[in-house]
Ligand binder design. Structure first.
Ligand code: HEM
Length: 447
């Protein structure tokens, strides 16, 4: 299949001495190929242009993309900023920790992160909260015998995130509706008229923010309660230099977004890999029977090495976030090149996650690379979560929910004498950007 590139744009051009990938369309640049065919686009650009090249992200402009593993270290560089993210997604990420640097970022992050570390998650009883929700969902799959996997995992993840935030079950349909409208802000054209996505998305954001503001007030009124929101509110209120409630609310909203598509996609890929690799399913079933119940605390996860390896290998082969944008604040050395101050950069996590320079036999789905390792996990082993000051806050939560999900799925299906089977393709409709996911239509049977 041909890549979605503009056949009329074949000219080789340089920007600041670095080649621009040919084939950009007017207005949308390389976005169609980035969204639908990123691995091939990156490979072809590297083969024909070398390790440094410009990709055109349409409205977000040109980002200098570097395939040299040194580029991963830019995420820890003091002269590299995340502010570009706010310019790319202003309506959703403006004013949040994702797009901040330095002291402001540290202050917001410090107030949130403790709640998501193993101790915070255990104290809030998140594993106990999640286990029955996950079990109920996989039991429903067993009865239905066939599901379209991505919408199912998307729905499950939303339920888990909403329960994490303490949203009462009877309010969930309203939240679902507003959440879908909020997501329109990611792609909304900048036209603010009644009925158009921008107006609807902003209204949904205001509704969600008003609810979150009420949660914050409730948390203050019942400071003794435990739970993620209460932990965040008391950390915010106790931090040096008061942070206003708008900052707190915007950052809670980010948590709703950050933990949804990413985790839903990973969970869907996990089921797909289990369906197409019966040997892995058998190994998981053995482990699930040995542990006998869905684990609820981080301390229990060590008993589930196969489930953990599945989570890590699924994300390595199918990273949910494929590219990270950054801006160079000073001139930088990157591989063999000097990069001028002010350059917008793209860090291709997808490339590093599947690179032969970093992983043996990178194209093979191998649990052994995790099961047989003796040294602790290094930043490069979890690069799908980024690194440096912005490394994912949800890492421990994802690890917990993926292992819970694996064990719940194996126990439930094995008890019914069935296993997952792939009933349709995963490639047609597969996407790599803004988040990566398998086809929205992939069907999984349980028989
Ligand atoms: C498989 C699932 C997930 C993946 C692959 C993932 C990946 C990432 C990556 C690559 C970043 C770094 C962004 C950057 O450096 O610009 C990030 C940041 C972040 N993630 Fe996740 N994430 C996942 C799930 C979650 C969950 C479940 C939550 C919380 C509920 C979460 C909350 C966050 C937050 C708040 C940040 C911003 C941290 C900061 O800017 O300091 N993520 N994530």
């Amino acid at each position: 299949m041909n890549m979605l590139l503009n056949p009329l744009n074949r000219r080789h051009r340089l920007r600041y001495d670095i080649p621009v990938v040919p084939g950009a369309f007017p207005l949308v640049g390389h976005l169609p190929a980035i969204a639908c065919d990123l691995p091939r686009l990156l490979r072809r650009a590297e083969r024909t242009l070398g390790s440094h090249f410009w990709l055109n992200f349409g409205p977000a402009g040109h980002l200098m993309t570097c395939m040299d593993p040194d580029a991963f270290a830019l995420l820890r560089h003091k002269d590299v900023s995340s502010a570009l993210i706010e310019e790319i997604v202003p309506e959703l990420l403006g004013g949040t920790l994702v797009a901040q640097d330095g002291g402001a970022h540290r202050q917001a992050r410090d107030a949130i992160k403790a709640a998501f570390l193993p101790k915070g998650l255990t104290q809030s009883g998140i594993g106990d909260l999640f286990a029955p929700v996950i079990l109920a969902r996989v039991q429903a799959w067993r009865h239905r015998r066939e599901v379209i996997i991505l919408p199912e995992t998307g729905d499950l993840m939303l339920k888990l995130i909403f329960s994490l935030m303490g949203i009462p079950a009877q309010d969930l349909p309203g939240w679902h509706r507003k959440y879908r409208q909020l997501l329109q802000l990611v792609v909304a054209p900048p036209v603010d008229l009644p009925g158009l996505p921008l107006r609807r998305g902003r209204a949904a954001r205001d509704w969600i923010d008003a609810q979150l503001r009420q949660f914050v007030r409730d948390a203050r009124a019942h400071a003794a309660r435990t739970g993620v929101i209460n932990d965040m509110v008391s950390a915010f209120d106790g931090s040096d230099g008061a942070l206003c409630d708008d900052v707190l609310v915007a950052n809670i909203r980010v948590l709703l977004l950050a933990g949804h598509d990413t985790t839903a996609s990973t969970m869907a890929w996990l089921v797909i890999e289990l369906a197409r690799r019966p040997v892995l399913w058998d190994a998981l079933v053995d482990e699930a029977q040995r542990v006998g119940a869905v684990p609820t605390r981080h301390a229990d996860l060590a008993q589930c090495p196969v489930a953990e390896a599945l989570f890590r290998e699924t994300l390595r082969v199918h990273p949910a976030i494929t590219l990270l944008p950054r801006r160079a604040l000073q001139e930088l050395q990157l591989g063999q090149r000097r990069i001028p101050a002010g350059t917008d950069l793209c860090i291709p996590l997808l490339h590093f996650s599947t690179s032969a320079l970093l992983h043996e036999a990178p194209d093979q789905f191998r649990l052994e690379r995790w099961l047989q390792r003796t040294e602790p996990i290094q930043p490069v082993d979890m690069l799908q979560f980024g690194t440096g000051p912005h490394v994912c806050i949800g890492y421990h939560l994802v690890w917990l929910e993926m292992v819970q999900f694996c064990i719940a799925l194996a126990l439930t299906m094995h008890k019914a004498g069935v296993r997952p089977r792939l009933l349709s393709g995963v490639e047609k409709g597969r996407r790599y950007y803004p988040t990566a996911h398998p086809s929205m239509k992939t069907r999984i049977g349980f028989s």
